[in-house]
Write a protein that binds this ligand. Structure first.
Ligand code: HEM
Length: 147
């Protein structure tokens, strides 16, 4: 079960990044043109939804991961090691913040008065969310974990 969830979490990272790049491209061109339509709203919903899926998988991984569980057995030793510290104290905190920023972007874009303001909100909040995701991905781990 753990291996399967870790693989899904690994692969879903690429879907998140693909959705983020598409969303960023739409927000930038929509901002320039002063346009915002259903496809822009959908792009935001897809990114936010995929982030929610990663959050759910991540919570399950925190519970099931042998690495996290043994690190929690001796937190002060785990904090001395950069890789275990990353998973018990850094990865989930930054990613949770990225999920929250995605939801803020979604709400602000929905509420803004006109197309340009909606795209401005999308650029700011989704952009900050993407920056955190890029920062908090453990790039030293396998780029594709297929089982
Ligand atoms: C939001 C809350 C999240 C939590 C609680 C979480 C939790 C975790 C945990 C516990 C692991 C390590 C499991 C282990 O090695 O035993 C992990 C690995 C990983 N996480 Fe997350 N994660 C979250 C979000 C994300 C997001 C948003 C992304 C990318 C978009 C992401 C990408 C990854 C990657 C690429 C790995 C390494 C997978 C591998 O080694 O194959 N995580 N995560």
């Amino acid at each position: 079960m753990y291996d399967l969830l870790l693989s899904i979490h690994n692969i879903a990272r690429w879907l998140v990044l693909l959705a983020a790049v598409y969303l960023f491209y739409r927000s930038l061109s929509g901002f320039r043109l002063g346009s915002y339509g259903p496809a822009d709203r959908r792009a935001g919903q897809i990114y936010t939804g995929l982030m929610d899926v990663q959050l759910l998988l991540g919570i399950l991984l925190l519970v099931l991961s042998p690495l996290v569980q043994s690190a929690l057995g001796n937190v002060s030793a785990a904090m001395q090691n950069s890789q275990t510290r990353f998973f018990i104290a850094e990865h989930w905190v930054l990613m949770l913040a990225a999920v929250i920023l995605a939801h803020v972007g979604s709400a602000r874009a929905r509420k803004a008065a006109d197309a340009r303001l909606k795209q401005r909100q999308a650029l700011i909040w989704y952009g900050l969310s993407l920056a955190l995701v890029l920062l908090a991905i453990p790039w030293w781990r396998p780029l594709l974990r297929l089982g």
